[in-house]
Write a protein that binds this ligand. Structure first.
Ligand code: SIN
Length: 342
């Protein structure tokens, strides 16, 4: 050890499961395995170098495959982040997570937490027992970033594959590669190379004083029904009509190209908007900004642009906004200002 352990920063690792905690009987296979089986204490023990970086404490918040992420766990996680972030001499928090819904949890925490210490989410594409597992280095790098004073004030961060991403911007863009995570519209915030951490740009800052919306959204105690629908060749309107009948409050459309929507779907969505359902246009392309028409048609004027948020991130913002203010469903102009500001 290069530093006496008491002089090292205190970092708390909150574990939720995922492939980083996955195990397989066949180390040569990175596809056949069980996610969320290895306890966080074992993940930390497997990386002795952590002891040179931080005094690491662990808490097993959950042990799930993140495809099964649910609002209850988001609430629990937000509570643990809020608790640990104000404990004496905690320098930072790391969250281990599955890769599949990491971008949604990152968006949720980005929008709901305003922490005095860095919150860094990490994950792995290969299970802990795999040949050339990526989890141990990702965990070490995440702790390095969480312990770094340079990471303070940069919001929720995501560290994988030696890159640092903004929680708002990052998305999973590959089924299996270790460089699966990208920030398509912005690029990463920086990188980690052993002990060297470099932020090459600042995250886009929200100017709290001039925002038309809260700079951090309350964590809902009850969540509105908000879903994602997809525009594609020959869509039907059955799903939208059924959702409206079920009381849906918000719909995000994974639209084609620059937010264009098939006429059949657009007619159903206009009916939904007319009935007070918030309709948000996002793009299924994976990158870019959905334009706001300078002279919207009466129908397009009912729909809100998600800007550069992908459908999954746009839904998280829509959920929080509608939970905080259900009247936004009836006010496309105000809802558009929410999306423009977040
Ligand atoms: C999960 O998301 O929990 C499983 C997949 C992964 O972590 O890569």
């Amino acid at each position: 050890m290069s530093a006496s352990s008491s002089s090292l920063p205190r970092v708390v690792v909150l574990a939720t499961g995922g492939t980083i905690a996955g195990s397989s009987g066949d180390p040569a296979s990175s596809a056949q395995y069980q996610a969320a089986t290895v306890p966080v204490s074992q993940l930390v023990q497997a990386v002795p170098a952590l002891a040179d970086v931080a005094r690491v404490e662990t808490e097993q918040v959950a042990q799930i495959d993140s495809k099964d992420m649910a609002f209850g766990l988001w609430q629990q996680l937000a509570g643990r982040v809020a608790y640990w972030s104000v404990q004496p001499d905690v320098a930072g928090i790391v969250i281990t997570h599955g890769t599949d819904t990491l971008e949604e949890t990152a968006m949720f925490l980005h929008l709901t937490q305003s922490c005095p210490v860095p919150v860094v989410i990490t994950a792995a594409m290969r299970p802990a027992t795999s040949l050339s597992a990526d989890g141990p280095l990702n965990l070490l790098d995440a702790v390095r970033v969480a312990a770094s004073p340079d990471a303070r004030g940069k919001g929720v961060l995501v560290v994988l594959n030696q890159q640092i991403h903004a929680g708002r911007d990052v998305t999973k863009a590959h089924t299996s590669a270790v460089d699966a995570f990208v920030s398509p519209n912005t690029g990463p915030l920086g990188y980690v190379q052993d002990a060297y951490i470099r932020f090459t740009r600042m995250p886009a800052r929200r100017d709290a004083e001039h925002l038309p919306v809260p700079s951090t959204w309350p964590v809902p105690s009850t969540w509105p029904l908000a879903e994602i629908v997809v525009s594609h060749a020959q869509p039907g309107r059955v799903a939208i009509d059924a959702l409206v009948a079920a009381g849906v409050k918000g719909l995000v459309v994974a639209a084609t190209g620059n937010g264009s929507i098939h006429e059949t779907l657009a007619a159903a969505l206009a009916d939904a908007a007319g009935a007070g359902v918030a309709v948000v246009r996002s793009s299924r392309t994976g990158a870019g900004h959905v334009s706001i028409p300078a002279h919207p048609s009466p129908r397009a004027g009912l729909f809100v642009s998600a800007g550069d948020l992908n459908p999954y991130k746009a839904r998280v913002l829509l959920l929080l906004a509608l939970a905080a203010d259900p009247s936004l469903g009836f006010d496309a102009v105000r809802l558009q200002s929410v999306f423009a500001a977040c």
